[in-house]
Write a protein that binds this ligand. Structure first.
Ligand SMILES: C[S@@+](CC[C@H](N)C(=O)[O-])C[C@H]1O[C@@H](n2cnc3c(N)ncnc32)[C@H](O)[C@@H]1O
Length: 338
């Protein structure tokens, strides 16, 4: 109704076409360490320029733009951090996510969007036949290093949610382990947990380093190779499947889920952590929009609805699946039982 009654405007079109400038501004601010400088109390463009070794004009224009975009507050000619910027954009914060630009803005990802019309025409990535699913694609080592800070909180929330602390036996398979944080969080919550991490060999080196740093390396084992080909072993109690199924079409997901089903002990669980849109496929926006990333970067991946996951797990033999919301996260959790 609101759309019909207001005066038509090109504002949305123009801000969307210019959106690359927002991306460039936040990237520059992170590269120049502007948020650290402002967080440490340096607030005027002149002193910020000295601290970050930039021109004064450049710093003034960048900081004004960041204030317009909502990353900074401008007061009495100086700049302050917003609460979000203080928590997520200052590198000394535990919740720092600035490093994620190393993956999200890596050419392997951004180049995939340069030719989106072709991807739309053909219904899958225009990068190459396999996109980011090429075996040992180097972008995944970047992901493992850059995205770990953003996954630390979800990994801990999932470990808490699963209530694994008092189990006397816990064999865990972490498929697409990457940085390893999801499996490591389970090992931290349960001293009996043995983690078996599946991913490409160069990626698993990052997971092993993190397992060592978290003091769980003795219970952290790796299985290098394609999740579709390696031997998972038997009698797993828990399979972690975070941010993996979205890369594939439903038939391929079902092949993987059948393999997982065979590796699970009776009563075992699979934890799928994914962007899960509502049935309308346009809400919630962040989860639903993830579909475009899959169109641009993979041959046939998608952001699946819960009903679609239920069907895939059902077809693979699982007894039932449940959808759970975790606080303050754009992704949701599906628990599927053998
Ligand atoms: C989007 S990342 C998700 C990583 C991690 N599970 C997380 O949620 O943060 C996808 C991961 O799948 C891995 N991967 C891609 N294709 C794979 C395959 N065929 N077999 C095993 N791992 C694969 C990548 O190396 C990468 O670590």
């Amino acid at each position: 109704m609101e759309n019909q009654s207001r005066t038509p405007s090109p504002a949305l079109f123009l801000s969307t076409v210019n959106a690359y400038q927002r991306t460039a501004a936040i990237k520059a601010a992170i590269e120049l360490d502007v948020f650290t400088a402002i967080g440490s109390g340096v607030e005027e463009a002149t002193s910020l320029a000295q601290k970050c070794q930039t021109s004064e004009r450049g710093m003034r224009i960048l900081c004004d733009y960041l204030a317009i975009a909502g990353f900074l507050i401008k007061e009495a000619g100086g700049y302050k951090l917003t609460p979000d910027s203080a928590m997520f954009l200052v590198p000394s914060s535990k919740a720092y996510v600035g490093s994620t630009i190393e993956f999200i803005l890596s050419p392997s990802i951004t180049n995939a969007f340069d030719n989106l019309s072709t991807a739309v025409r053909q219904g899958g990535t225009a990068m190459s036949a396999t996109g980011t699913l090429e075996p040992e694609h180097p972008v995944w080592v970047k992901f493992a290093k850059a995205m770990a800070p953003a996954m630390a909180m979800p990994a801990q929330l999932i470990a808490q949610f699963l209530k694994v602390d008092s189990l006397k036996r816990l064999k865990v398979l972490d498929i697409s382990a990457s940085h390893g944080l999801f499996g490591i969080a389970i090992a931290q919550h349960n001293p009996h947990a043995e983690i078996f991490a599946v991913d490409w060999a160069p990626v698993l080196a990052v997971a092993e380093e993190n397992a060592r740093a978290c003091g769980v390396s003795e219970r952290y084992h790796t299985i290098a190779g394609s999740a579709f080909e390696v031997d998972y072993g038997k009698d797993c109690d828990l399979v972690l499947l975070p941010n993996f199924l979205h890369h594939f079409d439903p038939a391929t997901c079902e092949i993987l889920l059948k393999k997982i089903y065979d590796a699970l002990a009776d009563g075992g669980r699979v934890v799928t952590f994914e962007f899960i849109p509502n049935e309308d496929r346009i809400t919630p926006p962040e989860a639903a929009a993830f579909s475009l990333t899959m169109l641009a970067t993979t041959p046939s991946g998608d952001a699946y609805t819960f009903a679609e996951y239920e069907q895939m797990f059902g077809n693979a033999g699982f007894n039932h699946s449940e959808l759970h919301l975790l606080p303050n996260l754009p992704q949701q959790v599906v628990i599927s039982y053998k």
